[in-house]
Design a protein around this ligand. Sequence first.
Ligand code: AHM
Ligand code: MG
Length: 331
Amino acid sequence: MPPRMTTLGEFIIEKQKDFKYSTGEFSRLINSIRLAAKTVNHEVNKAGLVDILGQTGTSNSSGEEQQKLDAYANDVFKTALTNREIICGLASEEEEDFVSIANKNGDNRNKYVVMIDPLDGSSNIDVNVSIGTIFSIYRRVTPEGTPAQLEDFLQKGTEQVAAGYILYGTSTILVYTTGHGVNGFTLNPALGTFYLSHPSIRIPEKGSIYSINEGNYAHFPQAIKNYIKYCQEIAQDRPYTSRYIGSLVSDIHRNMLKGGVYLYPSTHSHPSGKLRLLYECNPMAFITEQAGGKASTGTQRVLDVEPTELHQRVPFYCGHTAMVEKIESFF
Ligand code: AHM
Ligand code: MG
């Protein structure tokens, strides 16, 4: 008999009691994300086969060209979360503004808002490199029954009640935290079921990978130039290796399992860094801290940054605690 494997559905029900606002509403929310992830996964896997590759010709709110799959993933997650009447608001990296969501009877009694990067690393789609979805969940701060407001979204990362990512890679894995550690679930594509494959993920004690786009070297702050030199110097106790996929979810996931640090500093073209605080950095910071790691802007804990706008960017250094602290020491 094969060993009994826990499914994501079973895990959600089992852990409902750990969730401090346990109402079943939150479990339904995670369930909707699971369903949307399976749908997007299906489409991503056949991306090379159907005429869905290429660009829509429109740009997203940051002025970058949107790929067709970005738009598709955005629609899938939005529909899954909207139709089930479980959230009162949604903000997406692919959309300029947040949307307030009312139930079919017109009320706004739901408690949660979701922020999502529906398909991160989408410039990699055309070349079969792994991409991902990142999500972040908050309790609303405005009164239930009223439309969601900007302040429901501009909350510090410390206020997240859950965050996760889905990596569409050699296999599809959904990793999430509700503040009680981090667990990963791998999709069995034959059955369409996610199974608990990576329980209680902890970033390994010995980190040796640094991940950064060194092509931007000339435009990095001096502190980061110095850190890169530090990583490159040959010393017996520092045998660092460089790995950079250019797909945040993949780079972070690898570092979570193998030990390492991810860096996206400020550059000339992106003076505050490229990554978005609300859709990318906060969820990854929450997950990383829950796995025993650390996430910093170089001078501040990412989760403590006070957001001022939806599409705000911050420099991002995330991963193995000692490696992040080393980076901070260079600033
Ligand atoms: P995106 O949200 O437009 O896909 O951009 C975010 C991506 C991350 O996945 C990745 O880490 C980073 O951009 C790579 O940027 P660069 O190509 O500048 O190294
Ligand atoms: Mg992104």
